[in-house]
Design a protein around this ligand. Structure first.
Ligand code: GCU
Length: 363
């Protein structure tokens, strides 16, 4: 049933090198990974910038007795220098008090607050996780202005065809928060997730693809140019997204949107870049703009990468899952719940449950 649907969509093969030869084993996949990285950067998001020359942290505020005294909340400003240019952005850390290192989330969010409607901080810390979060627009505004926040670190106003768009820049900021996370003895560094919803779910996939320190890559309701297969997708299309949000991408994606079908790739290439780590894709039944079926299909297709690397990938039932389904039997996770476009308590609950399951597995 799934294969029939995929046949109709005419999807490019993840496992075929640009010269037409096939990926046959794990070693081949590592070579293919370099091609995949080039493809998604050159054609869609732009090149992810190198780490900064210098980075310092300023503590703006702290509360040692947050959440009934069970967690430590700090507000930070990160100062970054690239080629003599200095910029900064703010983030918040909330770390539960614990005798042993705790797993953590790096969340890109739509507001600077923690907690916030998409960020149930107390539920997260009570479940034993730390959470580091930042406001995407605080890092650089969610518009075509490339003079705000960190953007001038990477561009002097001229945008080359493969220059990073805002998604690549937010992903870069998530990596910088991860630089800080990696210095903290309170954190279990082998168990850090990057997570985002919608446009920031697209961003989480990019951050996870290019930063292997993120063990879990969680993309919630990310839809077009995120976890959803573009070919045959309903709701938002590449034509629409590049018209309304051209600044999220590199100029090449925008200029070539009409010939997307000839570009020889689709979104499962991006998801596959998180292999063999743990990828988690979440959909919502009524989120037809994002298209749950296409999010599932790209996850299903990307799974080939995990199998090439000797992992299980997604364990599916051979059908398009209907709500509520949680496919958590393998090392690729997919869920579809009832309801609309949202990063809900229910989503967080499933993600935390699965991470705990995977952590026990590797102990
Ligand atoms: C718009 C956009 C989507 C995006 C969403 C969001 O709906 O078309 O691609 O995912 O905003 O980020 O909320």
């Amino acid at each position: 049933m799934i294969d029939k649907i995929l046949k109709k969509r005419g999807v490019p093969s993840l496992m075929t090198f640009l010269d037409g030869s096939k990926v046959k084993n794990a070693e081949d996949f590592e070579k293919r990974r370099e091609e995949l990285k080039r493809i998604v950067q050159e054609k869609e998001y732009g090149y992810i910038p190198a780490p900064p020359d210098d980075m310092t942290l300023e503590l703006l505020a702290e509360n040692e007795n947050f959440c009934a005294g069970k967690a430590h909340r700090r507000e930070w400003r990160m100062h970054l220098t690239v080629k003599g240019i200095q910029r900064s952005f703010d983030f918040i850390s909330v770390i539960p008090k614990s005798k042993t290192p705790v797993p953590a989330f790096v969340l890109m969010n739509f507001t600077p607050d923690s907690p916030d409607k998409y960020l149930p901080t107390e539920e997260i810390t009570d479940s034993g996780f730390a959470v580091f979060s930042f406001h995407h627009s605080g890092a650089t505004t969610d518009d075509g202005d490339f003079t705000t926040g960190v953007a001038p670190l990477f561009t002097n106003g001229e945008r080359e065809p493969h220059a990073p768009g805002k998604i690549a820049m937010w992903a870069w900021c998530a990596m910088r928060v991860m630089d800080h996370v990696m210095t903290l003895p309170e954190i279990d560094k082998d168990n850090v997730a990057v997570i985002g919803h919608s446009r920031l779910g697209k961003t989480a996939l990019v951050a996870g693809a290019f930063d292997e320190r993120f063990k879990y890559v969680i993309s919630n309701d990310s839809g077009c140019s995120g976890a959803a297969l573009t070919r045959g997708k309903c709701g938002e299309t590449v034509e629409v997204i590049t018209r309304v949000f051209p600044f999220w991408f590199c100029p090449y994606y925008v200029e070539n949107q009409a010939s997307f079908l000839e570009e020889g790739y689709d979104q499962h290439f991006l998801i596959a870049l998180s292999a063999p780590r743990v990828v988690m894709i979440g959909s919502a039944k009524e989120d037809l703009w994002a298209d749950p079926e296409s999010e599932f299909l790209a996850t299903y297709l990307a799974s080939e990468a995990w199998r090439a690397l000797g992992k299980q990938g997604l364990i599916s039932h051979g059908e398009i899952p209907s709500p509520k389904s949680v496919l958590d039997g393998g090392d690729v996770f997919y869920q579809v719940r009832f309801g609309t476009h949202y990063l809900s308590r229910e989503d967080w609950g499933e993600y935390m449950r699965y991470i705990k399951k995977m952590m026990n597995k590797s102990l």
